[in-house]
Design a protein around this ligand. Structure first.
Ligand SMILES: NC(=O)c1ccc[n+]([C@@H]2O[C@H](COP(=O)([O-])OP(=O)(O)OC[C@H]3O[C@@H](n4cnc5c(N)ncnc54)[C@H](OP(=O)(O)O)[C@@H]3O)[C@@H](O)[C@H]2O)c1
Length: 232
């Protein structure tokens, strides 16, 4: 069975991806900071009958990242790393003139530094996999200039660039940065609490991610609408 590490897998998009991969027979290593929520999610995901290791911790902790990769190794290897856990830098989001620099540092640490750290830790296993892949969950805010999304967007732009260069440096792997589009999740609500407009559920974008795994297009940046419509 292929093995995936998914960060930020207790809720939102990470949980939706975990459920879909488990239903397809993947063994999983799941991470999030809040242990109770993570364990509840892991119990549901394990209902599909495949192995699920749930390790609570913060992706910025190198020892935690090493533990995630060690758990994958015990399951047989690592075919996929999904860097999905994310920090906004300020909740709610604020204009750059007010953005606490500590918040920006935190967004960079979670969204960029920890993401690369996990990939570095997992690379030996990814290179040994039959079809190794890395997914960096990005955002529209990485490419467009939306007021108040500057710190978070800058961190996602940096993540995109790391993914692009990793794809060049590791031609045997696939490295996809994916903009999932707006979704109705706690992260979005924390970013813009006054925005009550309806948004798609995270489940609705999962088929786009599965298409990447099925069709293995070239490393690069992809957005959910194109993936969902089969425009690869
Ligand atoms: N929602 C949107 O509209 C939207 C749009 C574009 C891109 N995205 C991206 O989609 C991804 C998933 O976001 P989401 O909307 O699904 O968010 P979510 O529902 O709030 O879930 C975030 C997950 O990450 C975990 N997490 C957060 N910080 C962590 C850390 N430092 N270490 C380990 N786990 C951590 C959370 O659990 P704990 O809090 O317990 O750690 C949770 O499991 C993110 O990369 C986000 O930037 C979202």
């Amino acid at each position: 069975m292929p093995v995936a590490i998914i960060t930020g897998a207790s809720k939102g998009l990470g949980r939706a991806l975990a459920e879909a991969l488990s239903a397809r027979g993947w063994d999983l290593v799941l991470d999030a900071r809040t242990e109770g929520v993570l364990k509840e999610t892991a119990a549901v995901v394990a209902g599909h009958g495949h192995d699920v290791e749930a390790l609570a911790g913060d992706v910025t902790d190198p020892a935690h990242r090493a533990a995630l990769v060690a758990a994958a190794w015990r399951l047989g290897g690592c075919d996929l790393v999904v860097n999905n856990a994310s920090a906004l830098g300020a909740e709610p989001l604020v204009r750059l003139e007010e953005l606490p620099l500590e918040g920006l540092r935190r967004a960079l640490e979670v969204n960029v530094v920890a993401a690369l750290g996990l990939v570095q830790e997992a690379l030996p296993l990814l290179r040994g996999a039959r079809a190794g892949a890395v997914i960096a969950v990005s955002s529209d805010a990485a490419a467009e200039a939306y007021g108040t999304w500057g710190g978070y967007g800058a961190s996602k732009a940096a993540l995109d660039q790391l993914a692009a260069v990793l794809g060049e440096e590791e031609p045997a792997l696939r490295v996809w940065a994916v903009d999932p589009g707006d979704m109705a999740t706690d992260l979005y609500a924390a970013a813009v609490p006054d925005d009550g407009d309806p948004r798609p559920e995270p489940d609705s974008v999962v088929p786009g991610f599965l298409r990447l795994l099925d069709e293995r297009p070239a490393s690069g940046r992809y957005a959910a609408p194109a993936l969902l419509e089969g425009r690869l």
